[in-house]
Write a protein that binds this ligand. Structure first.
Ligand code: PMP
Length: 460
């Protein structure tokens, strides 16, 4: 089969056999799919031989890009030993080494703040399951402590914690979540800290964090029924890269302490350097009771997640076998050795390459670019933390009138960018920039130039 013929076969077979996630398949069937065959550094190559700069680290996961030697080598070495063995009734070396590393990281990141850092690692294999585990753990923690009324959760509008039903129950993005309403458990919902479109009609900083006051009101009235609050620290990512105002997370943490709610930090998107610190919670000196980690943990190589809980939570589950305090949860691929070996290698790179420090000039470049983009017509709001940015496009900057979602302005920008060698994936009207943390400054510059042109062309 010739190259062209083989390519046509792949395109047809894709349309025939794959049901793509978050995709209207009728549109997909009518389009020509971009089929990725190779990756190197911050670039991916398609089956026609075209290279693209990956502006969103695949789905925010490839923090060190592709073909990263250390991770490649770690996986190859692990394949030569063993690829899978269960954590139910057995343990394995990479899972142990990774847990040790994660807890050490927790101590480094949170050791100086008040409160003991998370210290026990529970593995699963994606961000949604990390959240499911956290919710079940938090619920059962209170049950074991005899506080049986504490069985609801508090979460935020515009929150996104994954696609499984528990995660959707604590989610708050109408377009993704509303359809499943009848299947979900009830939770308390507080306003999103979304200053550009404040639900309370207030202005920061004069508002004095009125959205946190609204959250407190819920806690004051219902804390006896609420097991925990789940939050994406600093950035509500899939909800539209909504960056919370300074002091908000800190305040939320204080309220959780006052009203005795567990604080569950969903750092699936913000964790592992993305915001310029190892974990976003660090920026406001907040120590979560439970932290959910995934995405960047293996550098995008293998599906893996960790839910890390404090010793106190863990201890509530200890007892005699007959007490049935065991945490009855676990997946087939929990603690998969290949994934854990990839994660150990990935996390070692942070120290070896001084990633967080190396990110600084790139964060500055991105921030400068965002400031300049603010002056571009139809850019309503720009927001970022670290190498995690969103540009909200609007029909009218003065009135903030949004583009009709059916106009798919974000996708128009993405298509322009793709034609010019850059891959991004928008969130509705929000253009997302989340390149690999180790992207070179030259490639970041190139990415931003293409994106600027794409925004101008698509909104003209
Ligand atoms: N939590 C957050 C904050 C996320 O951004 C995501 C994924 N975008 C998830 C959870 C779910 O992760 P996964 O897609 O791996 O299930």
């Amino acid at each position: 089969m010739g190259l062209q013929e083989d390519n046509r076969h792949l395109e047809d077979a894709d349309r025939k056999y794959i049901w793509h996630p978050f995709t209207q398949m009728r549109e997909w069937e009518e389009a020509t799919p971009v089929i990725i065959t190779e990756g190197r550094g911050s670039f991916v190559k398609d089956s026609c031989g075209r290279w693209y700069l990956d502006g969103v680290s695949s789905l925010w996961v490839n923090i060190f890009g592709h073909r990263k030697k250390e991770i490649d080598d770690a996986i190859k070495a692990q394949v030569d030993r063993i690829s899978h063995s269960t954590l139910l009734g057995l343990s394995n070396e990479p899972a142990i080494r990774l847990a040790e590393k994660l807890v050490t990281l927790m101590n480094v990141s949170f050791g100086q703040a008040e409160g003991p850092p998370p210290a026990k690692v529970f593995y699963s294999d994606n961000g949604s399951t990390a959240v499911e585990v956290a919710l079940k753990m938090a619920f059962q923690y209170w049950q074991h402590r005899g506080e049986t009324q504490k069985r609801s959760f508090l979460s935020l509008n515009n929150a996104y914690h994954g696609d499984t039903l528990g995660a959707v129950s604590v989610g708050g993005v109408a377009i993704f979540h509303e359809a499943f309403g009848p299947l979900l458990f009830q939770t308390y919902k507080a306003p999103s800290p979304y200053c550009y479109r404040c639900e309370l009609g207030r202005e920061y900083p004069a508002c004095n964090l009125a959205c946190a006051d609204a959250l407190e009101e819920i806690m004051k009235n219902h804390h006896q029924e609420i097991a925990g609050l789940i939050i994406e620290p600093l950035v509500q990512a899939a909800g539209g890269m909504i960056v919370s105002p300074t002091g908000y997370l800190r305040r939320v943490h204080e309220l959780c302490s006052t009203y005795d709610l567990l604080l569950i930090a969903d750092e699936v998107a913000t964790g592992f350097g993305r915001t310029g610190r190892m974990f976003a919670s660090e920026h406001e000196n907040v120590v979560p009771d439970i932290i959910c980690l995934s995405k960047g943990i293996t550098g995008g190589y293998m599906p893996l997640a960790a839910t890390v809980a404090t010793e106190e939570i863990y201890r509530a589950f200890l007892g005699e076998f007959k007490d049935l305090k065991t945490f009855f949860h676990g997946h087939s691929y929990t603690g998969n050795p290949l994934a854990c070996a990839a994660a150990v290698a990935c996390l070692d790179i942070f120290a070896k390459e001084d990633t967080l420090r190396e990110m600084k000039p790139k964060i500055e470049l991105l921030d400068d670019w965002l400031r300049q983009m603010q002056a571009v017509p139809h850019v309503g709001n720009v927001r970022s933390r670290g190498l995690m940015a969103g540009l909200e496009l609007v029909l009218d900057e003065k009135t903030k009138e949004p583009y009709d979602w059916q106009e798919k302005i974000g996708w128009k920008v993405a298509h322009h960018a793709l034609d010019n060698g850059v891959f991004i994936r928008p969130l509705g009207n929000v253009i997302v920039v989340m390149p690999p943390l180790n992207i070179s400054i030259e490639n970041l510059g190139r990415l931003l130039t293409v994106l600027r042109d794409a925004v101008i062309s698509a909104t003209a």
